[in-house]
Every structure is written in structure tokens, then in C-alpha cells.
Design a protein around this ligand. Structure first.
Ligand code: XLS
Ligand code: NI
Ligand code: NI
Length: 442
């Protein structure tokens, strides 16, 4: 088997004193934490589109990185890509991967031919997984947004024929996901939105999106699929307005159409930024509503209004992210998918490894910091104390359903101005507590 990165060996864990750029400083895959290795807490995944396909092409210039994997024929390239992906995962101790159907194998002349070629590469990957059962599929999805037929949307296209084509493509992507033992299937509405309401029947488009999701779930379950379905919210880009704007919007949509028992969220950090939320906000909304599922681990640039998909290096963000993940009970079917790409100027093969090491170390550090924050207990205790007025007296009566407007009026009239249950929010104290925990980790 050809080695694609002969100058890079397996990335070792060397600890925080290490100066070796090709070593983990914090991610120690086999370190046992609460009875399971760190790799199983974090469940890192490689995204096929960015790592194996993304060559740095942007609106202003062609690619800077060679992602041909030495092959010009599309079918041969698809296999070389798979070989290279497995080598990268192996060298970085990454156990999972994620794909769009078209990342694995491109479109050919007809849907039938496209499907047949996809089958070939799925079989090839299945063989590789059988030979190395440590490699698993976190989730699959269908790329229903790049071909011109999807210019007006896929499930929300004004064309019924495009809707049918979308269903056909998703059916096949679900088959591929099932064949590779996927734990999840993602719907990200790439062009499910609008540019202008002047030409858009929003009601019909949303009804149709719900119809498509219902059909997809019913089909997958009929094929024995037991994994999760995720919606990945994003407010804009490529369309001006995406229907899956943020977690709260998606929840409203799912509840309206009776789909809320069938879907969880795949939360992407950069999408939260675009929705003008913090990453933690999106995770908290998902957790509070029992729909936290999986994470697209990246980060945006707060000064830019698009999805820059940078590898995550902000320790505060990963700490507060992992705090939410731990509070949600940890990952079940989900994980941390690096929906992240090296910068256009970081174009060498080594940059792939430096980027993953940076992202994985930042999450490992965030995981340790979140655990320390929870073990320390002061933050959680502060929040509990802040709401103490709900545990006794009138607060408890309200929670127990024993109060009404008249009773509360009587209470307020008798009690007079509120004084004793208004305490300081102590934001600065808590921010400095977080700093203190972060910079005193073992
Ligand atoms: C794009 C999305 C996409 C999904 C998968 O912004 O993040 O990459 O994760 O379709
Ligand atoms: Ni994503
Ligand atoms: Ni994205």
C-alpha cells in the first residue's frame, strides 16, 4: 500500500512540555478517564470534504494544496483518497470519519452510473473498515447543494422533479451510511432557504422539507437503521436566509411537523457565530431540549461574516463546549467532527497534521478544563445558589403549581419591595474563576 505521508510517523503524545510540532501536548488517546480512554470521550472525526478534497480554492483563486492523491482518473482517485484518509486517521489516532456522498465519489453522466461508482467505493471502504475495525463512520450525508440542479434548493426547490432527485440521492446516501455502520445521518440544508421572498412560497417549501425528512426517516428505519438523525443549523451561506437558522428555529420547525422525536442537532461552532450566538448557547439550547447530538468542531472569525471553518484553537470555547457535552451526559452516537480546513496559505501536507494536532489538543485541554470546572464545583454551586428562592416558600409554591395571579398579587402586596432574593450576578468573579481553573490544570 502506498504511503502518502512518508515523512510523518504516528503522532505520539509527549505531554505539555514537548516542543515537537508533530506530537500531542494534551491529547493522550489512551489515557483512562472515568473508566474509558480519552479517545472515546472525544470521538474525533475527520471530514472527507475538507481534509481529503479541499484544496484551498476560493472565490478569488484556484487551489493551493494538491488533493489529487496522485491520480487523475476519478475512480482511482476515490480509492487513493480513501487510502490516504485511513493513513491520516491512523497517524493521528482519529477513530471516526464523516462524508458527503459526493466526497467519496463524484457525479458521473447519469444517476445510475453515479450510484454504481458510489457503490464501488463504499465497498472498498467497507473492506478497509473490516481490516481495521477501529475506524468507524460517525455520520454520512448527501451533497444536495453543489450541482446546478440544486440552484433553487433541493428539498425546498420549486421544482417537483428536483425534489424527487433529492429523495433519490438521499436514499442512496442513507444506504451508504447503513452499509458502513454509520452512527448518524446529517441533514444540512445547504440551499434550503431563499434569496428573496418575492419569488418564494415559504409555506410550501417548509411543508416539503418536512415531507422529505419524514420520508427519509421512514426509509432508513425500514432498512434497519438504528443511528441518529441530525439537523445541522446554519443561518445563512450559501443562501441569504437558511430555514435551519439556529437550534431554536429548527426545534420550532420539528415540533410543528411532528418530527421532534426523530431528530437531534449537529451543532457547528462557526454556524453559531454566524447566527450571532455563542457556541455554548447553541449547545445549551440543544441540551435543555434533549436534542443534543453531535458537534462540527471548528471556529469562525468574529470579524468575518462567513463560514471560515478554521481548526478550533480557542480554549475558552472548547472548555465551555465540553462543559455542555459532559452535562448532556457525554456523546452517545455523536462526536467531534472536524468540519475544519487548513488556511489557504497552509498548503503543505504537514499542515494537515499541524492543524489536527492543534484542534485535538485544544479539545483535549478543553475537556480537562471542563472536568476540572465541574469537579471544583464553585460554578455549579453559584448557579444553584442564585436560584435558591425557587426551593422554598413562594418559589416552591409556584413550581408546584400552587400559585395563581391573585395569590401572587397578595404575596407581593404583603411582602413589599424585593430585597433579600436579589444577589449579585458575580460575572467577573466567575470569569476569573474560569481563568484560574484553566491555568492551573495538571
Ligand atoms: C457547511 C456545513 C457542511 C455540513 C455537512 O457549512 O457545515 O459542511 O457539515 O453538509
Ligand atoms: Ni458542518
Ligand atoms: Ni459549516
Amino acid at each position: 500500500m502506498r504511503e502518502f505521508f512518508p515523512n510523518i510517523g504516528k503522532i505520539p503524545y509527549e505531554g505539555k512540555q514537548s516542543t515537537n510540532p508533530l506530537a500531542f501536548k494534551y491529547y493522550n488517546p489512551d489515557e483512562m478517564i472515568d473508566g474509558k480512554p480519552m479517545r472515546e470521550h472525544l470521538k474525533f472525526a475527520l471530514s472527507w470534504w475538507h481534509t481529503m478534497g479541499g484544496d484551498g480554492t476560493d472565490m478569488f483563486g484556484c487551489g493551493t494544496a494538491d488533493k489529487t492523491w496522485g491520480e487523475s482518473d476519478p475512480a482511482a482517485r476515490a480509492k487513493a483518497k480513501a487510502d490516504a484518509a485511513f493513513e491520516i486517521m491512523d497517524k493521528l489516532s482519529i477513530d471516526y470519519f464523516c462524508f458527503h456522498d459526493r466526497d467519496l465519489s463524484p457525479e458521473y453522466g447519469t444517476l445510475a452510473e453515479t450510484n454504481a461508482k458510489l457503490d464501488e467505493i463504499v465497498d472498498y471502504i467497507a473492506e478497509k473498515m473490516a481490516a481495521d475495525p477501529t475506524k468507524k463512520l460517525l455520520w454520512g450525508t448527501a451533497k444536495c447543494f453543489d450541482h446546478p440542479r440544486y440552484m433553487h434548493g433541493a428539498g425546498t426547490s420549486p421544482s417537483a422533479d428536483v425534489f424527487a432527485y433529492t429523495a433519490a440521492q438521499i436514499k442512496k446516501a442513507i444506504d451508504a451510511t447503513i452499509k458502513l455502520g454509520g452512527n448518524g445521518y446529517v441533514f444540512w440544508g445547504g440551499r434550503e432557504g431563499y434569496e428573496t421572498l418575492l419569488n418564494t412560497d415559504m409555506g410550501l417549501e417548509l411543508d416539503n422539507m418536512a415531507r422529505l425528512l419524514r420520508m427519509a426517516v421512514d426509509y432508513a428505519r425500514s432498512q434497519g437503521y438504528t443511528g441518529d438523525f441530525y439537523i445541522e443549523p446554519k443561518p445563512k451561506e450559501p443562501t441569504k436566509h437558511q430555514y435551519d437558522f439556529d437550534t431554536a428555529t429548527v426545534l420550532g420547525f420539528l415540533k410543528k411537523y411532528g418530527l421532534d422525536q426523530d431528530f437531534k442537532m449537529n451543532i457547528e461552532a462557526n454556524h453559531a457565530t454566524l447566527a450571532q450566538h455563542t457556541f455554548q448557547h447553541e449547545l445549551r439550547v440543544a441540551r435543555e431540549n434533549g436534542v443534543f447530538g453531535s458537534i462540527d468542531a471548528n471556529q469562525g472569525d468574529p470579524l468575518l461574516g462567513w463560514d471560515t471553518d478554521q481548526f478550533p484553537t480557542n480554549i475558552y470555547d472548547t472548555t465551555l463546549c465540553m462543559y455542555e457535552v459532559i452535562k448532556a451526559g457525554g456523546f452517545t452516537n455523536g462526536g467531534l467532527n472536524f468540519d475544519a480546513k487548513t488556511r489557504r496559505g497552509s498548503y503543505t501536507p504537514e499542515d494537515i497534521f499541524y492543524s489536527f494536532i492543534a484542534g485535538m489538543d485544544t479539545f483535549a485541554l478543553g475537556f480537562k478544563a471542563a472536568r476540572a470546572l465541574i469537579a471544583d464545583g464553585r460554578l455549579d454551586q453559584f448557579v444553584a445558589d442564585r436560584y435558591a428562592s425557587w426551593t422554598t416558600g413562594i418559589g416552591k409554591e409556584i413550581l408546584d403549581g400552587k400559585a395563581d395571579m391573585a395569590k401572587l398579587e397578595q404575596y407581593a402586596l404583603e411582602k413589599g419591595e424585593v430585597t433579600d432574593s436579589l444577589c449579585s450576578g458575580r460575572q467577573e468573579l466567575l470569569e476569573s474563576l474560569l481563568n484560574n481553573i484553566l491555568f492551573n490544570l495538571d
